[in-house]
Design a protein around this ligand. Structure first.
Ligand SMILES: NC(=O)c1ccc[n+]([C@@H]2O[C@H](COP(=O)([O-])OP(=O)(O)OC[C@H]3O[C@@H](n4cnc5c(N)ncnc54)[C@H](OP(=O)(O)O)[C@@H]3O)[C@@H](O)[C@H]2O)c1
Length: 293
């Protein structure tokens, strides 16, 4: 019998979840996109109904943030309507649902880290879709855990770490200094999701561990510019990081200036934070070096 059904098994978080679960000798199903397509919710419902796994993890999402501005309806379909269908299907089949959300549900105006009870006020289309998705999941089903995280990176795929590293041969890079957040290594987040899946599989609704939870990388917050400097220094690049303001970039996507999620609830309910993200950064850069990328 399968232990886990994972949507988005090829993504940054999903692929680490598949790997960690396999290392733990767990049986994981990770259906390919045609069999679990967020654009065709009936495939999602069918995949859940067909699975014997007691826990479903949704690591799939429309993650193209600028693209969401151009096609908000499609982003909402993937990030809000499909998760709602997941929650309904999990309720019918009595499976736990673990769904991932984002710091982009906030407007970034707060001057201290965001806690779970802070009101959402997304600044962009991606954030609006994700906010609608987490609300739909939580309103639909009591055995759901929605895990908000931020600034996810890994050695695979395109993310801030791989993008800055790839640009390290340029003489200078303009990087935003007035956005701060907690970077999150995808493998550390996957480790927590696996722990949660195993702990919650037989737990009834009403347990305080269901609901909303912030799980950002552990350690100290950092600005985008400082994060870029750390990456470049680690790979021996002499590129100069020129700090610029977000407003100066004419980016059509507005992003929260303060993306820092507070993980106090994670500490209280699960007895831990995620590991310091700087350890994950060193591990990720070493992997990229090893793979010759
Ligand atoms: N990346 C970040 O900085 C960040 C920050 C905060 C929260 N999050 C959240 O964390 C979660 C995981 O993000 P990630 O960075 O691992 O994402 P990712 O690497 O972009 O992976 C997304 C996954 O979703 C799948 N997917 C996309 N559209 C789909 C569709 N229409 N039908 C089925 N599958 C589809 C992709 O499949 P293919 O492999 O076929 O493309 C991929 O496996 C998401 O919920 C995201 O919103 C991410």
């Amino acid at each position: 019998m399968a232990d886990l059904l994972v949507f988005g098994s090829g993504g940054q978080v999903g692929s680490h979840l598949m790997r960690l679960a396999a290392e733990g000798a767990l049986h994981v199903e990770g259906p390919a996109r045609p069999d679990a397509d967020l654009d065709r919710p009936e495939t999602i419902a069918a995949a859940i109904a067909a699975s014997k796994a007691p826990v479903v993890v949704n690591a799939a999402a429309w993650t193209d943030v600028p693209g969401a501005e151009r096609d908000e309806a499609a982003a909402i379909r993937a990030n809000a309507e499909a998760p709602a269908v997941m929650a309904q299907a999990c309720a019918r089949a009595s499976k736990v649902l673990i769904h991932i959300s984002t710091d982009f549900v906030f407007d970034g105006e707060k001057t201290t880290p965001y806690v779970e009870s802070d009101p959402v006020a997304p600044l962009n289309a991606y954030g609006r879709g994700k906010a609608a998705g987490e609300r739909a999941v939580l309103e639909t089903y009591g055995r759901a855990l929605v895990v908000r995280t931020s600034w996810v990176f890994s050695a695979q795929g395109r993310n801030f770490v791989t993008a800055i590293r790839a640009a390290g041969d340029r003489p200078r890079l303009d990087v935003v200094e007035d956005e701060i957040g907690l970077p999150t290594p995808a493998d550390d987040l996957a480790g927590f999701l696996l722990e949660a899946a195993l702990a919650l599989r037989d737990v009834p609704a009403g347990d305080p561990r269901f609901g909303l939870l912030h799980a950002p990388g552990g350690g100290a917050p950092v600005s985008r510019a400082e994060f870029a400097r750390m990456i470049l220094t680690s790979v021996g690049s002499s590129a100069e990081v020129v700090p610029v303001t977000a407003a100066s970039r004419n980016d059509p996507v507005r992003r929260p200036a303060n993306a820092v999620l507070h993980d106090g609830r994670l500490q209280r309910l699960w007895g831990r934070s995620l590991p310091d993200w700087r350890l994950g950064l060193a591990r990720t850069l070493a992997e990229l070096e090893e793979w010759g990328q």
